[in-house]
Design a protein around this ligand. Structure first.
Ligand code: PMP
Length: 320
């Protein structure tokens, strides 16, 4: 690592590990490139006892990365295995020894010109991968207030929310700004049918009558990796899991509500539109899920060893 803790030595760009400062493009390449750009947000968690970094659900994230590329008509020049090697190699090279955010990003090559806006053939992509320290807030009692946004969630026939297209984030950005201006921590967006969709950068779950309920995969949500993981671990904890459309007023009278996602991790929500959720504190189901999730992502719960990829952090130090 360099002396600047947030700026690692290397990033990965189209098959090569290059020094951070040397990763530049001509300014004209910026213009239209982000419209079709897609990305992933992946967390790698540091395990102090094992002195190892574990990447959470790297397989699922990279499969979604390839799906996002496909939907945006980009040529998939790198396989899941090549990208796996790129990410674990980069994490080792940057010698991360703390929780780290991994950001693979793909944009159409030559995307800086409007005349390259559409193409009959899948376009070649440029891919960068960066890694930066990002502390987890799991188990930190990070309780949030939420509001129903006046902005509607984008839908499949407008801008498909199931993939991570950068342009999609304009929608969540509008909702987040509105929530902040109005004194709430986070927005909840409804879909075009008026049902609960998701947060600005996180999926949503609620507890009603002892069941964990979340909107369905066709309710205008991202195909979230964390959501899928929580659905599986809730079953393991003996909590009944239901996917169905949710009305906004169900959130107001829910026993527990939380956001989930790579950056959101598990974020408990204690009020929605100033309606207090449950006792206005961390609920028992959220607590149990958060504890189990924490142990899984740090590679402590070996029953879920297949969900995490060890980076080989010890090798990184001895290799130099
Ligand atoms: N919805 C949106 C809009 C998001 O940006 C995210 C974060 N990637 C999520 C949900 C949660 O998805 P994941 O669990 O894959 O991070």
């Amino acid at each position: 690592m360099t002396s600047n803790a947030t700026q690692p030595r290397f990033l990965w760009w189209d098959g090569e590990m290059i020094p951070w400062q040397e990763a530049t493009v001509h300014v004209t390449q910026m213009h239209w490139s982000a419209v079709s750009a897609i990305f992933e947000g992946i967390m790698a968690y540091w395990n102090d006892e094992e002195e190892e970094l574990f990447v959470f659900r790297l397989d699922g994230h990279l499969q979604r990365f390839l799906r996002s590329q496909k939907l945006m008509r980009m040529r998939p020049d790198y396989t899941e295995q090549q990208l796996t090697d790129a990410i674990t190699g980069l994490l080792r090279a940057n010698e991360h020894r703390s929780d780290t955010y991994v950001f693979p990003y793909a944009y159409p090559a030559g995307g800086g010109r409007y005349r390259n806006f559409s193409s009959a053939e899948p376009r070649p992509a440029q891919i960068t991968i960066t890694t930066q320290p990002s502390a987890s807030h799991l188990l930190a009692r990070d309780l949030k207030s939420a509001c129903i946004s006046s902005w509607t969630r984008i839908s499949d026939n407008v801008m498909p929310p199931r993939i991570k297209n950068i342009a999609n984030y304009r929608n969540g950005q509008l909702a987040s700004s509105e929530a902040t201006i109005n004194g709430y921590d986070m927005p909840i967006l409804l879909n075009t049918a008026g049902k609960v969709a998701e947060g600005a950068g996180a999926c949503i779950m609620m507890v009603r009558e002892g069941k964990l309920v979340t909107p369905t995969g066709t309710d205008s949500i991202l195909e979230s990796i964390t959501r899928a993981a929580i659905m599986a671990l809730a079953k393991d904890l003996g909590v009944e899991m239901v996917e169905r459309p949710i009305d906004r007023t169900e959130l107001y009278i829910a026993d527990e509500v939380f956001f989930c996602g790579t950056a959101a991790e598990i974020t408990p929500v204690t009020s929605v539109d100033r309606y207090v959720i449950g006792a206005g504190d961390l609920g028992p189901v959220t607590t149990a899920i958060e504890q189990r999730f924490h142990d899984i992502v740090r590679g402590k719960d070996k029953r879920y060893a297949s969900w995490v990829t060890p980076v080989g952090a010890a090798r990184a130090v001895s290799a130099d």
